[in-house]
Design a protein. Structure first.
Length: 294
């Protein structure tokens, strides 16, 4: 089993959940670094995985999706400098734990994860993705799962329809129709999750919907009589949204079993990083336990 960590989710989660008065000797915040490190150590100690990849986002404005649609994620505030500087430290901790660490300027962590999932699947290895990002559900196949680590819930391929209302293979088209306010993806105005699910239950794919618009009025959803006109009017937005929501699975990263095979934690390097961050003994003892289990 390959475990793939959506690192930015856990860094942001730590940033919002840990006290903001945690600082290093120079007064720089280290709360996100602390929370991320604690999560990573806990995961390694309790799971003791053999294959792990950790993917980071590098920018909200340099992704190839911004070239397609400049307003992609434009509704999000830039990460504050106090958080940006902690990402580099989180990446250093990841490497010191002996884990494969990935980041690409033009691609998002989702795309890196997608590339690793597909490449390793071709080699017979299923994946478990640690995240809560519903976009990643599109990557699941038989044997795969998405793990909400903090919530303790795993969503397997067979569970996706119950969880989101469509099958894993339909997630991209579902988001193309319903849009995604979190990422500022427009979708088709007036088409919400229930309508998108009903359309895909009847037509299976976005292409089929547009090939058979004359059937839309018969779909059992509110406002079905006017829905075909709305879909026609916003056709360009629907297909643009699909391009934005579809995860790229051919990012030029090292994707093979050797690349994602864990190395032993470098305790000297970890202790140096912890010294620089003014961390106490709790994380050091945790790192020792991880090393003992390796």
């Amino acid at each position: 089993m390959l475990y793939l960590i959506d690192a930015s989710y856990f860094v942001f989660r730590a940033w919002f959940s840990m006290p903001d008065d945690m600082v290093d000797p120079d007064g720089n915040p280290v709360n996100a670094m602390y929370g991320f490190t604690r999560f990573l150590g806990d995961f390694l100690e309790n799971t003791n995985p053999e294959y792990v990849g950790v993917a980071f986002d590098t920018s909200l404005s340099t992704c190839f999706r911004n070239e397609i649609y400049p307003d992609y994620k434009a509704n999000r505030d830039p990460a504050p400098e106090e958080l940006k500087q902690q990402f580099a430290r989180c990446r250093a901790v990841t490497r010191a734990f002996g884990l494969a660490e990935y980041a690409e300027q033009r691609f998002e962590a989702d795309d890196i994860i997608g590339t690793l999932v597909v490449t390793m699947r071709e080699r017979g290895m299923p994946s478990t993705i640690l995240s809560r990002d519903k976009d990643l559900l599109q990557l699941l196949d038989a044997g795969d799962a998405m793990w909400d680590y903090a919530g303790g819930k795993r969503t397997h391929y067979k569970d996706v329809r119950e969880y989101i209302g469509v099958h894993a293979e339909q997630v991209v088209d579902y988001l193309a129709l319903a849009g995604d306010s979190v990422d500022n993806i427009p979708g088709v105005p007036g088409v919400g999750p229930k309508t998108a699910s009903a359309l895909l239950a009847h037509f299976e794919t976005l292409d089929n919907i547009y090939d058979r618009l004359e059937e839309v009025a018969g779909v059992p959803v509110r406002g079905a009589a006017k829905l075909a006109n709305r879909l026609t009017e916003h056709r360009e937005s629907a297909f643009l949204s699909r391009r934005l929501t579809q995860i790229k699975c051919d990012v030029p990263v090292e994707a093979d079993p050797d690349a994602v095979s864990r190395d032993a934690p470098d305790l000297d390097e970890l202790n140096t990083l912890y010294d620089e961050a003014n961390f106490g003994q709790t994380l050091r003892r945790q790192a020792d336990r991880v090393a003992e289990r390796f």
